[in-house]
Ligand binder design. Sequence first.
Ligand code: PLP
Length: 422
Amino acid sequence: MSGNGTTGELYLDAASTEPVSRTVIEAMMPFLTEAYANPLSVHQPGKTAARALDAARASLAADLGARPDDVIFTSGGTESDNLAVKGIGMARMRMLRDKYGESVKPRIIVSAIEHPAVLQSAAWMERWFGVEVVRIPVDEQAHIDTEALERALAQGDIDDGERESAGHGSVLTPTNRTLLVSVMLANNEVGTIEPVDGIARIAHAHGVPVHVDAVQAAGQIPIRMRDWDVDALSISGHKFGTPKGLGALLLRGRTPVEPVLSGGGQERGLRSGTQNVAGAVALAIALHESNERMAGQYRALAESRDRLMDAVLRVEPRAQVTGDPERRLPGHASFVFPGLAGEALLVDLDARGIACSSGSACALGRHEVPATLLAMGFTQPVAKSALRMTFRTPLTPEQINRVAAAVEESCHSLTHTSAAPL
Ligand code: PLP
């Protein structure tokens, strides 16, 4: 983070992307310069690269509560989400058709607050295969409505008797027309953490696999994929300190999946393309570093978030915190400022040296209405006043004061500019 004192720019947009740490760059270097061989090559340099890839896979798996064989390296969160939703969706659709013919209409269940990488992948399945997409609502703090999920799954049951006897393993023999449930672990716009272990239990009782988009959560909160009994989990490296364009989908062996990229058969045949050894090493090191940092500073980070939220509410009485005030990412503060235009606020704060975001980080360049806030029940004008401040190290009292002063000045100046208020 630059500008860690009272001058210079204060970067509060870590949920959008993070700088690459020195340790990560140093760990990558040997695999870009000396040990650059293709890990599939049979010669010694190839074997050296393959060993580094294996070690990275093992380390990443251990840090996510998974097994090395679960790890499929990808180009980031978007690709991982696409592979999960389209790949599992297509494989399970084939199984459903083999068993029931064309008589059942397949569906995919997502929450209403998923990232576009999940929502658009589900929409793609709808467009090309006629899959029905069911969106589960959230409450005003962005908690997924698990009772609505239960009801939606129950509607999809095809054969109750078989489901009960097949039990958990029935992700392999569909007894429910739902191909997949896809939910996020932590929301990018408002930071609310979802109970994905409970969601997995509900879905598995209907024999339906669960994909978790953990892109915002990885490196910020502990992740135990297998303890939570989740079938697939997406992460993205640039959210925790790797270069952009690196990620992984963790996918348990029992989960049916059809590759989306065809080719040489790397990564269990599920993600063809010469493996990026330096990238895999970066992912493993950066996640481990982030997890260790998080373990040491979790409380301090969360306390500074709470102080920041209090300070903003104090200087601007119109402000409201969005998302769950407690069960949220430790370095994630988010607000709405009813009556003000969020885009104008962002620009004004930027001019005062505070770099933050509206929350829908990946719709860059377009100031779209934050979709999560609409799903939480905010009106369009209020949703448009959203502001998100995200950081990976605890903010100092001086930084908090500086942000609060800037927010106060921005809100004051926009209120008294005729064009800005809505
Ligand atoms: N999923 C979530 C929840 C995200 O916040 C993002 C990016 O912000 C993505 C997926 C996409 O990840 P990537 O930028 O690695 O493609």
